[in-house]
Write a protein that binds this ligand. Sequence first.
Ligand SMILES: CC(C)(COP(=O)(O)OP(=O)(O)OC[C@H]1O[C@@H](n2cnc3c(N)ncnc32)[C@H](O)[C@@H]1OP(=O)(O)O)[C@@H](O)C(=O)NCCC(=O)NCCS
Length: 160
Amino acid sequence: MTEKVDGQGVRLARKPVMRVLKREDLEAIVEIDGLASKRSRRDYYERKIDRILDVAHNINTSLVAEEEGRIAGFIMGDLYFGEFGIPETTGTIDTIGVHPDFQRHGIASELLDQFLMNMKAAGVNKIYTLINWDDFTLEKFFSRNGFAPSKRVNLERRIP
Ligand SMILES: CC(C)(COP(=O)(O)OP(=O)(O)OC[C@H]1O[C@@H](n2cnc3c(N)ncnc32)[C@H](O)[C@@H]1OP(=O)(O)O)[C@@H](O)C(=O)NCCC(=O)NCCS
């Protein structure tokens, strides 16, 4: 991988190729996610990609980044038109992942920038994501990219 050093660390000399996520990306996405989560979430990603690509109900804002002909990373999200009692159109980032071979080269940041442009084009002006409180890598990544704790409170209840 060709690299150069700038004021903020090592970055790719050229930007990764970014394109809209397609069904054929499933295997690569499951692999990248599995390397991070240490389990296979194939069923989840199959359902998620089905929903994302359902043109009757969704606008596909999700993306993959390609490096050296491989899928280096992905970002997936959804649009919400007035759900949860929130009147405006909002967006979510559901999952983001970069293959360990390509991490810390700015790929997730590039994916996020393009994803936010897609969301803006779809009419979104606020974007939400959820992370585990102790996922310090994702917390640092999102904080570095302008995310802050939300005024919305995430409630949960176990169903016995
Ligand atoms: C978080 C993640 C997406 C970052 O991808 P990346 O392409 O390496 O991120 P970037 O290079 O754009 O990093 C941007 C900034 O985020 C922060 N960051 C990224 N990775 C970090 C790490 N491992 N530790 C601390 N900070 C980190 C840094 O501030 C970094 O800027 P810097 O390199 O100038 O210091 C990647 O580490 C990943 O895929 N982790 C697994 C996430 C996961 O569990 N996904 C599956 C379920 S959602």
